[in-house]
Write a protein that binds this ligand. Structure first.
Ligand code: PLP
Length: 360
């Protein structure tokens, strides 16, 4: 059984230990005589799974008691609508558009009220993070929205925007649990889990409790109200039960690895190997302004489309999967999430060096 080095942007690589453990428990979860996939979400056993997952996430991120943790469905994209439906009391929100995902969220918000684009980096193909220290925040904005790590373009906010007291909402899908974060700086932190935490189908929302009210836009469906899920502790209806179980295993894995500070060091070490090579290579170039580089998603090009295609093809044959860049950018992208071992990054760089020599 050969496992490849999987550089997919998402769904993405998961820790092998987690997959093995899940495989061991597949037929008979700890003496229950059934798989977690087959059990009632109202059972004592499942209740323990979801409660433990929440407790472990709370301890990893130091989430204070005045924040709710919700395991929801619909992916990150459903949050593009749920956020304005629940939070746009004044029907005004400010969006910082640093990539396709932020842009989609901004466009979706326009269905519900006045969404203002207060900053953007689209002028340079989203290759940088704009200065957000003194933006024209709307006085009546219900929140300021960012996408913290831009999966497609490989940029990351290293400092949070100055929201001038407004609630900050952040999509952290592709940097979730990659390093410590101070949850108290945000009103809402959310992420689809298929980038760094688990299988597609689960989105985790961490939200300040005082933002969760019945006062939502008229017509908001029951399933799209945060209050519905907060009141029922994510068990209003059948949750994505198996996915949450895997997320729980990944939280345990991160704890075992030393927590988020250790994850950060490991991720910095991996990213440095790749960025250092890109900086010195005569063939490959990174596409992002150095100070805004993501630790998770690393896009690069040769400057020649045919050579890019050749690289993608040959890397695949050599056991490096999913290095093709997003269809909107072209080139290559290596996503090096938590579960990508350092050996994978080293092997990739060795392969790139060889390709460079052969194609000079
Ligand atoms: C992948 C991704 C999304 C979309 O996630 P879905 O779960 O497919 O809706 C949104 N935001 C970011 C930052 C992403 O990386």
């Amino acid at each position: 059984m050969g496992r490849v080095y999987n550089f997919s942007a998402g769904p993405a690589v998961l820790p092998e230990e987690v997959l093995r453990e899940a495989a061991d428990e597949m037929m008979d979860y700890r003496g229950c005589g059934m798989s977690v996939m087959e059990m009632s979400h109202r059972s004592k056993v499942y209740d323990d799974i979801i409660k433990t997952a929440e407790a472990d996430l709370r301890s990893l991120l130091n989430i204070p008691d005045d924040y709710e943790v919700m395991f929801l469905q619909g992916g990150a994209s459903q949050q593009f609508a749920m956020i304005p439906m629940n939070l746009m009391k004044n029907k005004v929100a400010d969006y910082i558009v640093t990539g396709q995902w932020a842009k989609k969220a901004y466009q979706e918000a326009q269905l519900f009220g006045k969404a203002n684009k207060i900053a953007s980096s689209e002028d340079k193909t989203f290759s940088y993070i704009p200065d957000c220290s003194d933006l024209p925040i709307s006085p009546d904005a219900d929140y300021v929205y960012i996408c913290e790590n831009n999966t497609i373009y490989g940029t990351k906010f290293k400092t949070l925007p100055n929201t001038k007291g407004k609630t900050l909402v952040s999509d952290v899908s592709s940097c979730f649990l990659s390093e410590p974060m101070d949850v108290t700086k945000y009103g809402v932190v959310y992420g689809g889990v298929q980038k760094n935490i688990g299988p597609a189908g689960v989105v985790i929302v961490i939200m300040k409790k005082d933002l969760i009210t019945e006062d939502v836009l008229p017509g908001t469906p029951t399933m799209l109200k945060y209050k519905t899920h907060a009141d029922a502790q994510s068990l209003y209806n059948t949750p994505p039960a198996y996915g949450i179980y895997i997320c729980g295993k990944v939280f345990k894995w991160i704890q075992k690895m030393g927590g988020l500070e250790a994850m950060k060091q490991r991720n910095e070490e991996k990213a440095k190997i790749l960025y250092d090579f890109l900086d010195e290579s005569s063939l490959f170039k990174g596409t992002v302004v150095a100070k805004d580089r993501s630790l998770m998603n690393v896009p690069f090009v040769t400057g020649n489309e045919e050579l890019d295609a050749k690289f993608v093809k040959e890397s695949k044959a050599a056991g490096f999967e999913n290095l093709k860049g997003h269809r909107s950018v072209g080139g290559m992208r290596a996503s090096i999430y938590n579960a990508m071992p350092i050996e994978g990054v080293k092997a990739l760089v060795e392969f790139m060096k060889k390709f460079e020599t052969e194609n000079k």
